[in-house]
Design a protein around this ligand. Structure first.
Ligand SMILES: CCCCC/C=C/CC(=O)SCCNC(=O)CCNC(=O)[C@H](O)C(C)(C)COP(=O)(O)OP(=O)(O)OC[C@H]1O[C@@H](n2cnc3c(N)ncnc32)[C@H](O)[C@@H]1OP(=O)(O)O
Length: 389
């Protein structure tokens, strides 16, 4: 049965006080232009929806604020004010998007949510489907799809040691569960900002060399899990992607991206070198010249550019991204699972040995880079707030 979608009922554990202002019936006069009727009807419709989850609620919040107030110009909330900061980030990420476009995107998003909730009114709330035991991820299995969602939105899904370990665990479990396909995605406005640079600060008593050594082992094990993953693996790139979250895309079978996504591997800027087998997969996918621009010079690609260069399978408008992608994935997940697995093996197996060797070599080189002054200075500059990408 449908849940009435009232302000009280949208309380959820992660953002318990997140209230979508669209639920308020007040609409400022500035919003009442081209699609006024549609917008008003979307505002009413949203109250009838099942809880769409925090990620979507943040999008609704941001679009509503942009549509009614224009670009975000309020001060950024403090570090510990997680909920208001998440809301502020979502609104601020819309930049100078015109009010009318925001209004249209709001209407499109609500319409997408209404039709998907119509077709899945029996779906259990996400909290019920969530697999326990993960702190940095939300892992769910439904419709023969295991979804692994990186869940540190306030840190742009930066990957901590714990997150690397949990992703490995989740992939191992997904390889054995009864799902047909597996998806990696991010919660919030980023897909992932790559390696959490504070990983470099936790130096053990044995010293920095030991830290670099254990980091290289973790990196190699992590990437090996992607090389060996036996089922179709799909990246649903919901926003900007940085560093290792980009490089491993070369090991996925399909990459769907929102048109808000960007792809950035600033290794030289960070005094580091390519990993995730990208030194091999990127030149193979996009040719050596384009790969060099990304991996040596840190050129950031838009989603459209990444698609033109073969790293991304297809790009979708952000306003309909989730609806279009999940509709497609649900259809794919109904294909015979063994046939899909075997096709993947036929496509990928002959490269596996080579990829493992490349991964080992990249990890070895990176272990040395982590001890360099160039890397130490770049990480310190970020951590002391002197530099950002
Ligand atoms: C086992 C080890 C394996 C290692 C494998 C190696 C991989 C290589 C890489 O992945 S290289 C890529 C490393 N990533 C970066 O250099 C990104 C650094 N982050 C940024 O430049 C920016 O944060 C941003 C451009 C991603 C986003 O900027 P924006 O202004 O939109 O947001 P904030 O900077 O305010 O970020 C919000 C909070 O998130 C924290 N954060 C973001 N990314 C990281 C990160 N990679 N590591 C650690 N922390 C990160 C940021 O500090 C903010 O935290 P705060 O709210 O507490 O201030």
């Amino acid at each position: 049965a449908r849940l009435a979608y009232s302000a009280e009922q949208i309380s959820v554990p992660v953002c318990s006080s997140l209230q979508v202002p669209a639920l308020q019936l007040h609409v400022s006069k500035t919003a009442m232009r081209a699609s006024q009727k549609d917008f008003e009807s979307a505002l009413s419709q949203v109250k009838l929806l099942k809880d769409p989850g925090n990620e979507v609620k943040l999008k609704l919040y941001a679009l509503y604020k942009q549509a009614t107030e224009g670009p975000c110009n309020t001060p950024k909330p403090g570090v510990f004010d997680l909920i208001n900061k998440a809301k502020w980030d979502a609104w601020n990420a819309l930049g100078s998007l015109p009010k009318e476009t925001a209004r249209q995107n709001y209407v499109d998003l609500v319409s997408g949510l209404s039709s998907s909730s119509d077709s899945s009114s029996q779906v259990k709330p996400e909290a019920d489907r969530k697999q326990p035991g993960y702190e940095t991820l939300v892992v769910t299995s439904e419709d023969s799809i295991t979804k692994i969602m990186m869940n540190r939105p306030a840190k742009k899904n930066a990957m901590t040691t714990q997150m690397y370990n949990e992703i490995m665990l989740a992939l191992k479990a997904a390889s054995k569960d009864d799902s047909a396909i597996t998806v990696l995605t991010g919660n919030g406005d980023y897909y992932s900002s790559g390696n959490d640079l504070s990983n470099f600060t936790d130096i053990p008593p044995e010293g920095i060399e030991e830290k670099a050594k254990s980091g290289a082992i973790l990196l190699r094990d992590f990437v090996d899990c992607f090389i060996d993953f036996p089922k179709p693996l799909i990246a649903v790139v919901n926003g900007p992607a940085v560093g290792i979250s980009v490089t491993i895309l070369g090991l996925f079978d399909t990459v769907y991206a929102s048109n808000r996504a960007t792809f950035h591997t600033p290794f030289s800027h960070l005094g580091q070198s390519p990993e995730g087998c990208s030194s091999y997969t990127f030149p193979k996918i996009m040719g050596p010249a384009k790969a060099a621009e990304m991996l040596i010079f840190g050129k950031k690609l838009t989603a459209a550019e990444a698609c033109a260069q073969g790293l991304v399978t297809e790009v979708f408008p952000d306003s309909t991204f989730q609806k279009e992608v999940w509709t497609r994935l649900k259809a794919y997940s109904k294909l015979p699972p063994n046939a899909m697995r075997i096709s993947k093996q036929v496509i990928r197996n002959r490269e596996k040995e080579k990829l493992h060797a490349i991964n080992a070599e990249e990890s070895r080189v990176l272990q040395e880079r982590w001890l360099s002054d160039e890397c130490t200075n770049a990480v310190m500059n970020f951590l002391t707030r002197k530099a950002k990408l």
